[in-house]
Design a protein around this ligand. Structure first.
Ligand code: ADP
Length: 494
């Protein structure tokens, strides 16, 4: 591992330019009492800026604004909705340099990854611009021939959208894209660690022609206190959440009272399986991607790497060598591939998980020691012989740590892979087609990467089974999460 020469994270001009207030009913407004909270730069731990800290009353104002705008949103023609999304797609690309710099400042990921996320985020807008004009319906003759069924789809109504900090722009467009395409007004609440990307996106959507109140934004530190009354009011008809399973469970309970529709993208604990017939170089490259994208801070990150016993030593050597070559430093630094973790709590958790695995008998092949200094940096780490009872077998690491464990055969691999309450994604590396398909069918996860370390794609249905969530985002079915199906029965006596 090498560390970048750059010690200071430069503060880009867009940090000052981006609005810092709540966006309610088409205008920027201060939080009650002018309350604010600080946003930190994870590369230095220093304050970047302050943004509005909404109260429950502010949240309610935002919700009321969305309710007021719902008829106008539903009345937009599909083409008008598509055009707004297409214009926003263009603006994201035109401002990619600024937006990437903003994201790196608040979240820490290397600039190249931040640019990649802006492209990915924009792709959701383009994808759902296409879906907006393809919302389908049906016409059917009743079985007895005495009636006709018209089937149509309508916007579900006002949507509450809650996003996490790890993909500050893409998690927003993944929800706002289908909400706008379906004709739903919304209130979005980004994570307190990374509110700036969403604040910038709101300005872009406004410029793209979104009606006042069509999207409202609140930032706050006490999400529970602000969101719970909004959810329980029943004024919103939909909640789309990306975050931890722990918070997802709380929100599902709150949604039950007024029977809100829910989409839940929750935690993962992805198994990454390497069979002895796999191309080992491809498997190592795939593991690097699946592990190191976003410094390992992704719900899709390979959390448990299982390698068939005959190739595990060689795989471990090659992966450790590649991990050790990565350059760690502030996301703005030249050639930096691994930025800081999001905050002090994340750094503490990763450190504790590694210590726990080592205490239980794991061996450190590379990394494993905190880097010290300012910012929340942790070195790329490979552990071998990680036992089943290590905490990281059950908990999301959310850091650049690759734990290796051997397996013997397919049955063994399936048992290990499925031994978790989660089921978001799994990765399988093998050159045997039948084995690949057997594994893909037997593993309990919403997504499977076959000989590839990244599955996320706006045109594909993203989502998990078991306690990884409910519903799918993206793909042709992503817009259905924001639509209700209505059937109109028409008497047609013979
Ligand atoms: P993480 O552990 O990755 O921060 P969380 O599930 O805690 O994940 O947070 C994801 C999002 O959910 C953030 O926007 C956060 O502010 C929000 N959140 C956290 N707790 C609650 C809650 N009780 N009600 C509503 N939103 C919440």
């Amino acid at each position: 591992m090498s560390t970048s020469q750059t010690t200071q994270s430069a503060r880009p001009a867009i940090v000052d330019a981006v609005p810092k207030d709540l966006f309610v009913g088409g205008s920027w407004q201060q939080a009650t009492g002018g309350k604010t909270f600080d946003v930190l730069d994870p590369a230095t731990g220093e304050v970047l800026c302050a943004v509005a800290d909404a109260s429950p009353e502010d949240g309610r104002r935002a919700l009321d604004a969305a309710v007021a705008a719902q008829p106008a949103m539903a009345a937009l023609s599909p083409r008008q909705r598509a055009d707004i999304l297409t214009r926003a797609f263009d603006l994201l690309h035109r401002r990619i340099d600024d937006l990437a710099a903003l994201m790196t400042a608040e979240m820490g990921k290397p600039l190249a990854e931040a640019r990649g996320e802006i492209v990915y985020a924009a792709e959701f807008l383009r994808h759902f611009a296409g879906e907006a004009v393809r919302i389908d319906g049906g016409y059917q003759v009743s079985p007895a021939g005495d009636a006709r069924f018209l089937i149509t789809k309508q916007p579900v109504g006002v949507a509450l959208l809650i996003t996490p900090w790890n993909f500050p722009m893409a998690m927003g467009t993944r929800k706002l894209g289908p909400a706008i395409a379906a004709g739903c007004a919304s209130v979005i609440k980004p994570a307190p660690q990374t509110p700036l990307s969403m604040l910038a996106l709101i300005d872009i959507l406004r410029e793209a022609g979104l009606p006042d109140g069509g999207v409202n934004l609140i930032t706050c530190t006490d999400a529970g206190a602000v969101l719970e009354p909004m959810i329980r009011s029943g004024l919103a008809r939909k909640l789309s959440f990306t975050g931890s399973t722990k918070v997802g469970r709380i929100l599902l309970e709150q949604c039950a009272e007024k029977v809100l529709r829910t989409s839940m993208e929750l935690g993962g604990n992805a198994p990454f399986l390497v069979f002895d017939d796999a191309d080992l170089d491809e498997a190592v490259a795939g593991a690097l991607q699946a592990k190191m994208r976003n410094m390992g801070e992704a719900c899709t990150a390979a959390n448990r790497i299982y390698v068939q016993s005959g190739v595990i030593d060689e795989f471990g050597r090659r992966l450790a060598a590649r991990m050790a070559e990565l350059t760690v430093g502030p996301g703005t630094g030249d050639g930096v591939q691994v930025g800081p973790l999001i905050d002090a709590a994340a750094l503490t958790k990763v450190t504790e998980l590694v210590q726990d695995a080592v205490d239980r008998g794991a061996t450190v092949l590379t990394g494993g020691v905190q880097l010290g200094g300012a910012g929340y940096f942790y070195p790329p780490t490979v552990l071998s012989g990680v036992p089943r009872d290590a905490r990281m077998s059950d908990e999301e690491i959310f850091g650049p740590v690759a734990p290796l464990t051997p397996f013997e055969d397919e049955d063994d691999a399936v048992v290990l892979a499925n031994d978790t309450e989660f089921g978001l994604v799994s990765y399988v590396f093998t050159n045997d087609l039948r084995r690949a398909l057997r594994m893909a069918e037997r593993i309990e996860s919403g997504m499977v990467g076959l000989n590839q370390g990244v599955v996320s794609n706006p045109a594909a249905p993203f989502g998990g089974v078991k306690q990884s969530g409910l519903g799918r985002e993206g793909g042709a079915i992503g817009i259905d999460e924001f639509l209700e199906t209505k059937y109109i029965g028409i008497a047609m006596p013979k």
